[in-house]
Write a protein that binds this ligand. Structure first.
Ligand code: AGP
Length: 587
């Protein structure tokens, strides 16, 4: 939930980490801080607020060859300057930034206090530099870091530097950390976009890897207790993809990329789809697991597999999986969806599946992510970097891949691909300037509403849920999504005069969902219809042509745009909503 960037090499490390951290702000933006190593002295600057406005000069940071930056999403301790990272050991010689949670930090803190250490923040992180200082009473810096790991329970991505050492130590355990490899220079970051301007050569650290980086890199694995080699991967993203281009926000840039990202899915390698489909055919007991938006993609998968492949797939929210994973056997298959590939709850569900001997397949957008590396097989959504905290293009790519898998299982992959290619052409229209202007007018009528309800049936039910999440997580309007059939079982009590209700329709569900719309209207609801046909029940109609199972892809796009417009009208940050972070790497 935090962003880390560090650099060691001949260039201006300070400038590199200040600009690099701004590219990671989507990972957490309560507060930020930097440490710059200036010969054998440190200069530290920490602030509450967002790093986007910060400059090296403004922070009084000198040029250097070693620098570290951190942007925080608070877990332990409030949003204060004292709790911002980096954190320093009592002797002032060791500085650490951390992403994750140290679960045993209270016990370790008590132990260190008995050794005479003092603490100045409420964070769990502050025990790390002091634990290393404690071990440096007997060992050198590298050995002390190794030994300190034995005292840390929980999840952590760490970057550690020492005042008297020209090196960076990077350690990962259940939290992302990647190394960018340049010419005589190294970058360590939570995510690739932070250094994509400088190199596309990346080393993905494995669990319990500890990289010691100076003019070269050596990697020690604390689990295997030995030095290891890690391959260099060439990332197929370019730096421009991780920038806004002509858009004011990543949100709308990424919404607008969906025609091309879906075209990429439509041209996906048949072999991989067929391989994964075979795993599904051969499995006994299949679970989709995911969180948030990815979980609504899973729900679509359940409907699409039932409809097209005539297969029953279970779905479970990843954090609820412990209630069901006793059903897993070595013949089971767990399919995990995760844009980031780093969501802690989803990784935990995957590991439970592996522990039960089940096969695990991931559908992720992040090459080299933990989910990818811990899966038996991975389908990459290849939607390019998704920087906005809200998932949009990765979501529709997930839907498209699940649709192709269902068509392959029905022996009709080429038909599925043709359908997807046909939808791609329509999506250029749905993401056009005209559509955006039309939706903006609708948003103006909803700007001040305190509540909003969204309903759908069949495949439009998970669409209603995903649209609901988009609206509430970026405009902060209270919105709730329901299956149309649920209205009469209590929900309709919520409807008052003028309550906005968005109703998703399709040819297949039209009769029943329109009667739901009439029930809402009869009680004063302000009805916004989304679908192929207008209807007297609608006060507003957003036309989205009938696309059968691809309705899931087409109908969410005007909702993404509506959420964006509402955020703008309500003065919210469309890319970095309050309290959120792009990748929930803590459970
Ligand atoms: C989506 O708009 C949200 N930001 C959030 O629900 C997200 O989908 C969820 O945290 C899962 O993330 P993942 O796909 O990276 O696992």
């Amino acid at each position: 939930m935090c962003g880390i960037i560090s650099y060691i090499g001949p260039r201006d490390a300070t400038e590199i980490v200040v600009s690099g951290l701004k590219k990671l702000e989507y990972r957490g933006y309560d507060s930020f801080g930097f440490v710059v190593k200036n010969n054998s002295d440190f200069k530290i600057a920490k602030k509450v607020g967002r790093v986007s406005e910060a400059t090296a000069d403004g922070l009084g940071l000198p040029k250097s060859n070693i620098a570290v930056g951190h942007t925080r999403w608070a877990t332990h301790g409030g949003v204060t300057e004292a709790n911002a990272h980096p954190h320093v050991s009592n002797n002032g010689k060791i500085v650490v930034v951390h992403n994750g949670i140290i679960e045993n930090f209270q016990d370790q803190k008590k132990f260190l206090e008995l050794q005479g250490f003092k603490f100045y923040s409420q964070t769990d992180t502050e025990i790390i530099p002091n634990t290393i200082e404690y071990h440096m009473r007997k060992y050198d810096f590298v050995e002390a870091c190794k030994r300190s790991l034995k005292h840390l329970d929980g999840q952590y991505a760490l970057v550690i530097i020492h005042k008297d050492e020209n090196k960076i130590i990077a350690i990962r355990k259940e939290a992302p950390l990647v190394i960018g490899v340049g010419e005589g220079e190294f970058f360590v970051a939570s995510d690739v976009p932070a250094f994509l301007d400088y190199t596309k050569k990346v080393i993905f650290l494995n669990e319990m890897d500890m990289a010691v980086i100076d003019t070269a890199i050596t990697i020690f694995n604390a689990k295997k207790d030995t030095y290891v080699e890690r391959n260099i991967t060439n990332i197929d993203w370019d730096a421009e993809q991780a920038k806004k281009g002509n858009f004011e926000h990543f949100f709308m840039k990424e919404v607008s990329e969906q025609a091309s990202t879906l075209e990429g899915v439509a041209n996906i390698d048949n072999g991989l789809i067929r391989e994964v489909a075979d795993e599904i055919r051969n499995a006994e007991g299949i679970f989709f697991v995911a969180c948030g938006t990815a979980s609504y993609a899973c729900m679509h998968g359940v409907y699409i597999f039932a409809k097209i492949a005539k297969m029953h797939i279970n779905f479970c929210l990843a954090h609820e999986f412990p209630n069901f994973n006793h059903f897993l056997t070595p013949k089971s298959l767990v399919i995990a969806l995760s844009q980031s590939g780093e969501t802690a709850d989803t990784l935990i569900a995957m590991r439970a599946a592996k522990a039960a001997g089940a096969k695990v397949i991931s559908i992720t957008n992040a090459m080299g992510s933990t989910a990818m590396r811990e899966s038996d097989k991975t389908i990459l959504t290849r939607a390019g970097p998704e920087i906005c905290v809200l998932s949009t293009k990765a979501y529709t790519s997930q839907l498209a891949i699940l649709t192709l898998l269902a068509y392959e299982l029905a022996g009709k992959l080429e038909e599925g691909k043709e359908k997807l290619k046909d939808v791609v052409r329509y999506i250029y229209y749905l993401t056009s300037e005209n559509t955006r202007k039309f939706i903006q007018e609708i948003a103006k009528n909803l700007r001040y509403t305190p509540h909003m309800y969204l309903i759908g049936r069949g495949l439009q039910y998970p669409t209603a849920l995903e649209a609901t999440l988009k609206i509430k997580e970026v405009s902060y309007i209270h919105a709730e999504g329901f299956a149309g059939g649920e209205l009469k079982h209590g929900v309709i009590a919520l409807i008052e005069h003028g309550t906005p209700c968005i109703v998703f329709t399709s040819t297949e569900t039209e009769t029943e969902i329109i009667s739901n719309a009439m029930e809402l209207k009869a009680r004063g609801g302000y009805i916004i219809g989304v679908g192929p046909n207008n209807n007297p029940a609608f006060d507003v109609w957003i036309k989205v042509r009938e696309s059968e199972e691809a309705n899931s892809i087409c109908q969410i796009i005007p909702m993404q745009i509506l959420a964006y417009q509402l955020a703008i009208l309500r003065g919210c940050d469309p890319d970095k909503p309050r309290n959120l972070a792009k990748s929930v790497t803590v459970k």
